[in-house]
Design a protein around this ligand. Structure first.
Ligand code: GLC
Length: 509
């Protein structure tokens, strides 16, 4: 949940905890059993809250610590657990540690400060690039440089320093004490750095800052803290190597991690099937549940991605003006919803996905995402998937809030996706998500998956008790097994009961 864009309770144009609390019944009705909140802590919002100035305070734009405590308790009362987001790789440049470091204090050791190269130290200490584009180093007026793998306002912490480890374990306890049931770990494979900070050499192993072995020791001690509270972790671990990925999921480390292979997989039957198989195979040896993700607050929204010629997701390929067939994308997104909700493991739904929201074209002068600016304007950035939600079609700002204009503009026609338009329409995306989440237990929790024989371009698998999910990605209509009871369909079947292209069904044999 991207709080800033979920619902605005106080009318200042920014979503807040009061807005979430007022909409908890909506979330309960949708059937979610946990909410992951992107950072709600005090932050200058240079990267949407992923620049944390104080982990023990809620940003005033979102509310107060007391509001967070009420939200956690009220959600719990509705059977919904709360997951907060911890960002170990960096803090805000307004965090007290960095302010002291900038002033020349011993806190510099908590970050990566180095003199520059070149005759006058005018060159960065190494050649690392920021994930948002440009160099990963910024020079202070006193001549020293500091490392930031993201924006300059997000200085990287030095995880070789014991105070950094202590502080994070304290922060975990702070939130667990307040009833939080889980933590999402931001950029979980990045915090440890080669202490020599060498130049980057393509293919050299180990990488100077991605997936370093030292990290596992950090997460093992986090796990011990979580175990005291029976809390769980979900790691943001982007790693192409499935064996390396699975190391984070060993029994004494993280409980789960996001499945980015699935989220970036093109809409192709063979690729999806291979991805499901690889996912299950990599999780099996460590005994961790898989996760299934179609989009999040960083990537192109699902209906837009699936409506394009290239249905994979790649940050490097994001461009303004990519042609998109939204009707096609929506049909596929509906089928993908039934596919992912039929798989064994946990499914993450990103706010607005259940409404079928497309990626919005944010007018250039309104873009705030640093990814756009750091690419010198080439990358449209991530604001298009962060547009304030439409709740009530006839209300100002589509019911996002009672007062000021939302912090990002809602595109024309946004009200047509509003919750009140969809909630009583059995053919809506919202109705499909509600029905699928309600029915999902028929697949039998973590019952194993067995592929069934199917023509090219069709995915069909069974789980418990003869319950089957079939998805047709081929041009030819697909006739599901005869005499099966239809439980749910992502779209109309043809006159002979066959699945047209880009349609999924759940059946009981
Ligand atoms: C993660 C977050 C993203 C943020 C980045 C830096 O990738 O999901 O939104 O910009 O980390 O904290």
């Amino acid at each position: 949940m991207y709080v800033r864009s979920f619902a605005d309770g106080d009318g200042d144009g920014t979503g807040d905890l009061a807005g979430v609390r007022a909409r908890l019944p909506y979330l309960a009705e949708l059937g979610v059993d946990a909410l992951w909140f992107t950072p709600w802590y005090r932050s200058p919002m240079k990267d949407g809250g992923y620049d944390v100035a104080d982990y023990r305070a809620v940003d005033p734009a979102f509310g107060t610590l007391a509001d967070a405590e009420k939200l956690i308790a009220e959600a719990r009362g509705l059977g919904i657990r709360t997951i907060v987001d911890i960002v170990p790789n960096h803090v805000s440049d307004q965090h007290p540690w960095f302010r002291a470091a900038r002033a020349g204090g011993p806190e510099r050791e908590l970050f990566h400060f180095r003199p520059g190269r070149g005759a006058h130290g005018e060159l960065p200490p190494n050649d690392w690039r920021s994930e948002f584009g440009g160099p990963a180093w910024t020079r202070l007026p006193d001549g020293d440089w500091y490392l930031h793998l993201f924006a300059p306002e997000q200085p990287d912490l030095n995880w070789a320093h014991p105070a950094v480890r202590r502080e994070h374990e304290d922060v975990l306890r702070f939130w667990f004490e307040r009833g939080v049931a889980g933590v999402r770990i931001d950029s979980a494979a990045l915090p440890a750095k080669d202490p020599r900070l060498p130049d980057f050499v393509e293919g050299r192993d180990p990488h100077p800052y991605v997936d370093r072995d030292e990290l596992h020791d950090v997460y093992r001690s986090w796990r011990a803290v979580a175990d005291e509270y029976d809390a769980v972790f979900v790691g943001e671990v982007w790693l192409p190597d499935s064996e390396r990925f699975a190391r984070y999921l060993r029994p004494d480390e993280l409980h789960t991690a996001f499945n980015f292979a699935f989220m970036t997989c093109p809409w192709q039957a063979d690729r999806l099937r291979a991805c499901v198989d690889e996912t299950l195979a990599e999780h099996a040896p460590v005994g961790a549940p898989a996760t299934w993700v179609l989009c999040n607050h960083d990537v192109t929204r699902t209906v837009t991605r699936y409506g394009r010629a290239d249905t994979a997701f790649d940050f490097a390929a994001k461009a303004f003006g990519t042609p998109t067939d939204l009707a096609l994308g929506a049909r596929r997104a509906r089928a993908a919803a039934l596919l992912s909700l039929a798989l064994p493991g946990a499914v993450y739904v990103y706010q607005g996905e259940e409404l079928g929201l497309p990626e919005a074209d944010v007018p250039v002068e309104r873009i705030v995402d640093p990814m756009h600016f750091r690419s010198d304007g080439a990358d449209p950035g991530r604001d298009g998937c962060r547009i304030p939600l439409p709740w009530t079609a006839g209300a100002p700002h589509a019911g996002f809030g009672p007062g000021r204009e939302p912090w990002l503009p809602q595109p024309a026609g946004w009200a047509s996706y509003a919750v009140d338009r969809q909630q009583d329409d059995p053919g809506s995306m919202l109705a499909l998500y509600r029905a699928a989440i309600r029915l999902r237990p028929v697949f039998g929790g973590d019952a194993p998956l067995t592929w069934l024989p199917a023509p090219d371009g069709v995915l069909a698998f069974s789980r418990a008790d003869g319950v089957v999910c079939a998805v047709n990605l081929a041009d030819a209509p697909y006739a599901p097994p005869a005499a099966a009871e239809l439980l749910l369909a992502s779209g109309p079947l043809d006159d002979e009961g066959r699945l047209p292209q880009d349609t999924a069904v759940w059946l009981r044999l």
